[in-house]
Design a protein around this ligand. Structure first.
Ligand SMILES: *Cc1c(COP(=O)(O)O)cnc(C)c1O
Length: 365
């Protein structure tokens, strides 16, 4: 038997990690006897209540299987098939959901907005809205922001307020893809309400999977009218779990006693440690300010190959040499040190093979 404690943690994705002990214990607790199906059970009610406590708000809460479903279905609920959604050009909804937002909304178009460090430039919203106002243009209806962003940066309260101002000006809804919302809250040290409904967010996709659950993200409607018939939308899309208690129970385990924030803060701290070690190396260039649980760094191509040969898994989808190093709730200091030690050793070794190999398939967020 392998000792699970000794298995190396990789830096490929926070969804490489397993289930955290608190989610696991709650699943075990929920696995007793029979209970009502399709979400009418006490676990689902408790999980939704805990979400409402976290946000200090009487929001509507739904649990779906994953983030793609949460994003697509919530975006679909914001408008009609002839509408468009504005998001950052590297947003998950644009680049990593296989067209699911367009599919589940029966054709809403996703339009891209630029901005530094993975964040939407508020002026870009105005440009996209004013670009065309004729009937031939898919009418902008919503803005989607990712918190934390795809490149590990975090929108501050003032940045969100600037986006909110534009959404108010142009009568747009505000959607937040919070696959790593916990990491953003842990970084900012704010109350969850301060970066959601208090800055105009209508609906949040609250990620649980990457923070320690096995499966199951929450859709949280602060604008409760938008939740009208959302249960039907979930059912039709195959996102209504019959044994819903097993999607909900991990949330109970993680939202109790601030476990979710503890895990996120730990993952962030591991990214900070990694950053501190990496920035000291002259051959390494940090690509974005690391604020959540990842570090993006440029490494010499032959070293990327050598690190992989040494068994490390991580993604390199930012051009040539741009590596994404992602920490999870269970990343240990010794994993960071082992990676850094290997990196230092390989940096001083003469390159034997200058071919960095094919860039790996993008993804995995
Ligand atoms: C992981 C992730 C999601 C959800 O992805 P699924 O694989 O569908 O769970 C959504 N948005 C962002 C930014 C992500 O990183």
């Amino acid at each position: 038997m392998t000792n699970r404690q000794n298995v190396r943690r990789h830096f490929a994705s926070d969804n490489y990690a397993g289930i955290c002990p608190e989610a696991w214990a709650a699943l075990e607790e929920a696995n007793q006897g029979h209970t009502i199906s399709y979400g009418d059970d006490p676990w689902t009610a408790r999980a939704a209540d805990l979400v409402r406590e976290v946000f200090e708000m009487e929001c509507e809460v739904f649990f779906v299987f994953n983030g793609t479903a949460a994003n697509s279905l919530s975006l679909a609920a914001l408008g009609q098939s002839y509408h468009s959604i504005l998001c950052h050009e590297i947003a998950h909804v644009e680049t990593d959901e296989c067209g699911a937002p367009e599919f589940f909304s029966n054709g809403m178009k996703v339009l891209q907005v630029g901005g530094a460090a993975g964040k939407i430039d508020p002026a870009g919203i105005e440009r996209m809205v004013k670009k065309r106002t004729d009937i031939h243009y898919p009418k902008p209806r919503a803005v989607s922001v990712t918190q934390a962003t795809e490149v590990g940066t975090v929108y501050g309260v003032e940045e969100l307020k600037a986006i909110w101002a534009k959404t108010k000006q142009f009568n747009l809804k505000l959607h937040m893809d919070g696959a790593r919302f916990a990491n953003a809250v842990a970084f900012l040290g704010v109350q969850p309400k301060e970066i959601t409904w208090q800055v105009g967010v209508d609906v949040l996709c609250f990620g649980g999977t990457k923070n320690g659950a096995a499966v199951g993200d929450a859709v949280v409607f602060f604008n409760r009218e938008l939740a009208h018939e959302f249960d039907y939308r979930c059912k039709q899309a195959g996102q209504l779990a019959s044994k819903m208690r097993f999607l909900a129970a991990p949330w109970v385990g993680m939202l109790r006693q601030g476990v979710w924030l503890r895990h996120a803060a730990h993952a962030n701290a591991m990214a900070q440690l990694l950053h501190q070690e990496l920035r000291a190396l002259p051959e390494v260039r940090i690509l974005f300010p690391p604020q959540a649980n990842s570090v993006f760094a440029e490494l010499p191509p032959h070293v990327i190959v050598a690190l992989r040969q040494a068994g490390w898994k991580f993604y390199t989808f930012i051009g040539q040499g741009g590596c994404r190093l992602m920490c999870a709730w269970d990343t240990r200091e010794e994993d960071v040190r082992a990676f850094i030690n290997d990196l230092k050793r390989l940096l001083v070794q003469a390159p034997t093979d200058l071919d960095p190999g094919p860039t790996d398939h993008r993804k995995p967020v």
